[in-house]
Design a protein around this ligand. Structure first.
Ligand code: 2AM
Ligand code: CA
Length: 284
């Protein structure tokens, strides 16, 4: 992958190089702080945690990006009020941005707080609403997943390809338990009940961005989750597309930045997974 293509450079430094650099610096920093969280706050509900590490990581990434691209717009989880309505509005407010960085400074904060080593830094750059660079970094395994539109997706310099399983019964699938326990969690549990017997097995590991990276890397054949925000999905969406997979919302609509209910697969099982997720809600 050439990080210095002319169409990807403003002021000397490529978009991808800045995304990679920011994700790895922030990732190393959050790893160094693991186990030392002193102030734990809840945001929207007791299931929605934020720490000073989330805020510090976002500040670090925002400053690094602003140094190289001061005219670019920035949307980060910690700069937005908690709750789904504020997430939707924050993205709408950015709809005119030419270049928009979309950042989750710690994806999997609950894991981070508990010392469960599955969390990531997610950084995407969208140009007029289309993701053109996506980076997801797992500091615990030092794995950096990176994609540039039209140029493929890579981990450790190796090109990624989605898994080859063509049926659900051969597939390892992940999902995420929603924080909304009134509507989304019961819906997700219904889906799990319908899907679990049909697939090889299910995983719920707690970082949507890393789940998406794992689908791109062929380690999972598919993933679905309700109620996510743009910063959970944007970087991973490009990893999926550039690794040959398919990403849509749960009704099958093509992915765009506003998608909150997401399904991402190797493509081969996409329609089967969507159909079974739908059927879960019509079954008695
Ligand atoms: P986060 O850690 O950045 O909040 C876990 O199922 C996934 O859901 C994580 O990627 C988590 O991202 C995301 N998520 C979205 N909304 C959430 C919420 N209100 N509370 C906790 N996790 C949430
Ligand atoms: Ca987060």
């Amino acid at each position: 992958m050439d990080l210095n293509e002319p169409d990807n450079i403003i002021g000397g430094k490529s978009f991808t190089a800045v995304a990679v650099n920011s994700a790895s610096k922030a990732g190393e920093w959050i790893k160094s702080k693991l186990g030392s969280v002193t102030q734990l706050s809840t945001k929207y509900s007791m299931h929605d945690l934020v720490t000073e590490v989330d805020k510090g990581s976002e500040r670090m990434i925002r400053n690094l990006i602003a140094t190289h691209f001061p005219e670019h717009s920035f949307l980060g989880e910690e700069g937005v009020e908690p709750g789904p309505e504020a997430s939707v509005k924050a993205l709408q407010d950015m709809s005119d941005a030419e270049y928009l960085w979309i950042v989750d400074p710690v994806d999997g904060t609950t894991n981070y707080v508990h010392g469960f080593p599955f969390f990531s830094v997610s950084i995407a750059l969208a140009h007029r609403g289309e993701v053109i660079v996506g980076v997801v970094y797992d500091p615990m395994r030092d794995e950096l997943f990176v994609a540039e539109r039209g140029k493929g997706a890579y981990v450790h310099g190796r090109k990624m390809q989605v898994a080859k399983e063509a049926s659900l019964c051969q597939s390892l699938i992940a999902t995420g338990f929603p924080a909304d326990h009134l509507v989304a969690l019961p819906a997700n549990l219904k889906e799990i009940q319908a899907i679990a017997p049909k697939v090889r097995n299910l995983r719920v590991a707690g970082s949507a961005a890393l789940h998406l990276a794992y689908v791109a890397a062929g380690r999972l054949s598919g993933f679905w989750e309700h109620n996510l925000s743009s910063w959970d999905i944007a970087a991973g969406s490009l990893l999926i597309q550039e690794a040959g997979g398919t990403i849509s919302d749960l009704s099958g609509e093509a992915y765009h930045l506003g998608v909150r209910n997401v399904t991402a697969t190797n493509g081969l099982i996409h329609n089967d997974l969507l159909a079974d997720l739908h059927a879960a809600h019509s079954a008695h």
